[in-house]
Design a protein around this ligand. Structure first.
Ligand code: FAD
Length: 392
């Protein structure tokens, strides 16, 4: 049996970052990363539409959800971790504050971490699914091989997008260490809507102010961005953002405000003009919105009063009937609850076991918040493993 100082279970964003950070903290440590896939960092290389949105200039606590949200935000904001220092890259931010590697290639993030690991002597074991862990620690791989570790790190991610190795089965490792796992929900995901409302809109993309409401009408969130109409419902950045706020909320609905930069009164004046010019009712929004969107709004409008139509343009409601689920979600809501780890992210059930990244019960909004957590939690655990002080 090979023995290591630290074995990290999962060679994704958090696992690779933790290995690199550990070697930076203490180059003499014998560190291994077990990755069940044939390549490490596969999900990281697909992030941000292939561009790798690693962080956001707006880092407020409201962007994190789950029982570990405040622990996560405390580590991110109070830990002083420079997550960019993990990469030999330049970074840029866009108009909405999203931070990317300057080359806008997510694969460069995985490449940098893998290079950093191999430069510093981390043993990266591929096709190495950990199937069992016993306190002590003794890890069993799917091949039957056993590894010994003084310290173990759970970096096995969540249940979103199984093609990246994250099918949720690794929560059983947490159970075997005495941990619980909360209910799980897919987040940052396309939403299913009553398609009878939008069946003529398939393939159309529109910039909108999008608000989500619960079934009683209480606001859940608001954001601006693209909405893409599809055969099942809606997709696009703004929808991904809202999906985190409607997850698990039955009866929630979206309200789309088309033409975010045009005031309602201006739209009403234009509709009044078209009425005067004799446009048919179905065409009163022609030239103001994409024709199909204009007609869909007019089909719903009980009146041809310009003010009523303008109001409908700003409040196009869509009932949410679910999401495309874990196979399409970018992140998992839920995981190992916050009260089962200490401020160092060390397990309260097994000394020497640390839990980082998406495996914990914390998920961030769309916009770079999840990778920020993956990297900050990795650096935090690495520092703690090497004897550093912890956030409390
Ligand atoms: C398509 C897509 C786009 C995204 N875009 C963004 C974005 O732009 N910005 C952002 O902030 N977030 C984004 N995310 C979310 C972000 O990628 C994740 O939150 C982040 O990767 C989580 O890091 P992690 O290390 O905890 O888990 P992961 O990166 O999922 O890594 C977990 C790894 O563990 C391995 N593993 C699992 N079980 C075992 C086992 N038993 N033994 C060995 N290995 C195991 C898996 O194969 C996997 O490689 C995106 C996600 C997806 C799917």
């Amino acid at each position: 049996m090979q023995n290591f100082d630290v074995v990290i279970i999962g060679g994704g964003a958090a696992g690779l970052a933790c290995a690199a950070a550990l070697k930076r903290e203490d180059g003499s440590l014998d560190v291994a990363v077990c990755e069940k896939g044939e390549r490490a960092g596969r999900k990281l290389a697909a992030t941000g539409n292939g561009q790798g949105n690693i962080s956001n200039l707006d880092m407020s606590p409201a962007h994190y959800h789950g029982s570990a949200a405040s622990l996560a935000y405390g580590i991110i904001s109070g830990g002083g971790y420079d997550i960019k220092s993990l990469f030999d890259c330049l970074f840029v931010s866009d108009r909405s504050g999203r931070v990317y590697p300057a080359g806008k290639q997510a694969s460069s993030l995985s490449d940098c971490l893998i290079r950093s690991c191999s430069r510093s002597g981390v043993k990266l074991l591929l096709n190495a699914a950990v199937t069992q862990i016993e306190k002590g620690f003794v890890l069993t791989l799917a091949s039957g091989e056993k590894l010994g570790a003084r310290t173990a790190v759970f970096a096995f991610g969540g249940a979103a997008q199984r093609q990246f190795g994250t099918d949720g089965k690794s929560y059983s490792l947490a159970h075997s260490m005495g941990h619980t796992v909360t209910g799980l929900l897919p987040c940052i995901v396309q939403l299913k809507c009553g398609t009878q409302h939008i069946k003529t809109l398939k393939g159309i993309r529109a910039e909108c102010l999008v608000r989500a409401h619960d079934k009683g009408g209480a606001p859940l969130c608001e954001t601006s961005g693209d909405v893409i109409f599809t055969d099942y419902g809606v997709s696009g950045n703004a929808v991904f953002y809202c999906s985190s706020y409607v997850a698990g909320k039955e009866g929630a609905y979206l309200s789309l405000g088309f033409l975010p930069s045009v005031r309602e009164e201006e739209i009403a004046r234009n509709v009044a003009l078209k009425k005067e010019l004799g446009y048919p009712d179905s065409e009163l929004l022609c030239g103001t919105l994409h024709n199909q969107i204009g007609r869909a709004i007019m089909r719903r409008c009980a009146s041809t009063d310009p003010k009523v139509i303008a109001h409908a343009v700003k409040n196009f409601t869509l009932p949410i009937e679910g999401s495309l689920g874990f196979d399409y979600a970018q992140v998992t809501r839920g995981g190992i609850p916050a009260d089962e780890v200490d401020g160092c992210l060390q397990s309260k059930k097994a000394d020497g076991l640390y839990i980082i990244g998406e495996a914990l019960d914390v998920d961030g909004d769309c916009g770079g918040y999840n990778l920020t957590w993956a990297f900050a939690s990795a650096m935090h655990a690495a520092k703690a493993i090497c004897g550093g002080t912890c956030y409390d």
